[in-house]
Design a protein around this ligand. Structure first.
Ligand code: FAQ
Length: 317
């Protein structure tokens, strides 16, 4: 018996109508190969970012200044692991293989966010990562809760709830330090000076150099362009910096009454390109740590596979 080849014109029309009606594409629905590839690329990069993103703050767990700070930081870093796992699961619903994604991260075939290639030099960095890096992540990810692919959008809802806790803990830590000694205030300002520009770069290249934005917006995977979200982040951060009592390291940052937004300087796009290409201050360290952790965990994966095989065998008997 032969089955008729599916009519892709009809399938494409149903897909386009679903997107136009602001409904969700689900894993079993037909989707164009480009849509599937784009999502696997973005969701995998996002998952890798969460997993690599555990490292800059993770190194401070043993050096946290109090039991309370240690408990908060441990919870936050564990949350990032959880986010990575939801996102790898979302990528699996698109047909990606988890082991293959991990191999691509370790081999450098897939990217992760540039921001995690900068060093954390003092405990104030933990606060500034919470405030600025999680703040930027929220700004980027809240619109992704309306992304057209169901599992990604649903994962984002939970991720964003947890990221807001992360942002608040960072801000609260900075508030505490700003109410402390001159040396503590100087640590906070130094951390802000180092993390401000890399945080702006998290949103990606400017729109006229963002090859993926147009198609991703048309497919409603992305809901805003990189520059729109960067602007939103700057506008959100300026009053927070004022309340905190820190200055942002940008001499061109000024309120524009006409645009009802802040004008700001241009991030160093050459630096972003270099960090993405592997030449950031900590790229080698981050990937080496990830590779070692993967190798060290080989026996756990083998044991889990052997256990699952035995359970299957026993269930079949
Ligand atoms: N870093 O054409 P576009 C977090 C790449 S999670 C590295 O504009 P697109 C939580 C881009 O992939 C942070 N690569 O690309 C946390 C593309 O390369 P490709 C991660 C970057 O996809 C907090 C090329 O440049 N968040 O922080 C970067 O339309 C604290 C051209 O760019 C997400 O992944 C970059 N910054 O827009 C954890 C959110 N920017 O693949 C621990 C989801 C661009 O063509 C502690 N992702 N590239 O070879 C997105 O929203 C988008 O993928 C963008 C990039 C906006 C990142």
């Amino acid at each position: 018996m032969t089955t008729a080849a599916p009519d892709t014109t009809e399938l494409q029309r149903t897909f386009d109508d679903t997107i136009a009606a602001e409904q969700r594409i689900e894993p079993r629905d037909w989707m164009p190969e480009g849509y599937r590839r784009t999502l696997i690329r973005q969701v995998a990069q996002h998952a890798h970012s969460e997993i690599i993103g555990m490292q800059p703050e993770g190194v401070w767990i043993t050096r946290a200044p109090s039991l309370r700070r240690k408990a908060i930081l441990m919870a936050k870093v564990q949350d990032e692991a959880g986010h990575g796992l939801y996102l790898y699961s979302a990528a699996e619903t698109l047909g990606a293989d988890r082991a293959d994604l991990t191999a691509k991260l370790i081999d450098g075939a897939q990217k992760y966010s540039s921001i995690f290639n900068y060093p954390t030099l003092s405990y104030a960095d933990v606060g500034v990562i919470g405030w600025l890096v999680d703040g930027a992540a929220i700004c980027n990810q809240v619109p992704l809760c309306r992304s057209s692919f169901g599992p990604y959008a649903r994962a984002m809802i939970r991720v964003c709830k947890e990221e807001s806790f992360h942002q608040r803990q960072g801000y609260e830590l900075l508030m505490t330090m700003m109410g402390g000694t001159d040396a503590q205030r100087a640590m906070v300002q130094d951390a802000v000076d180092r993390w401000w520009w890399p945080s702006l770069m998290m949103f990606g290249p400017p729109d006229d150099r963002s090859p993926n934005s147009g198609q991703s917006m048309a497919w409603r995977i992305k809901r805003h362009t990189n520059d729109e979200l960067r602007q939103r982040f700057v506008d959100m951060s300026v009053p927070q910096a004022q309340a905190l009592g820190v200055s942002l390291p940008d001499s061109q940052l000024i309120w524009n009454e006409q645009r009802k937004s802040h004008d700001f300087g241009t991030p160093d796009w050459a630096e972003l390109a270099a960090v993405i290409a592997g030449d950031g201050p900590c790229n080698v360290e981050r990937i080496t740590n990830r590779r070692n952790a993967h190798d060290d965990g080989a026996w756990v994966r083998e044991a889990a596979m052997a256990f699952a095989a035995r359970e299957r065998q026993e269930a079949g008997q």
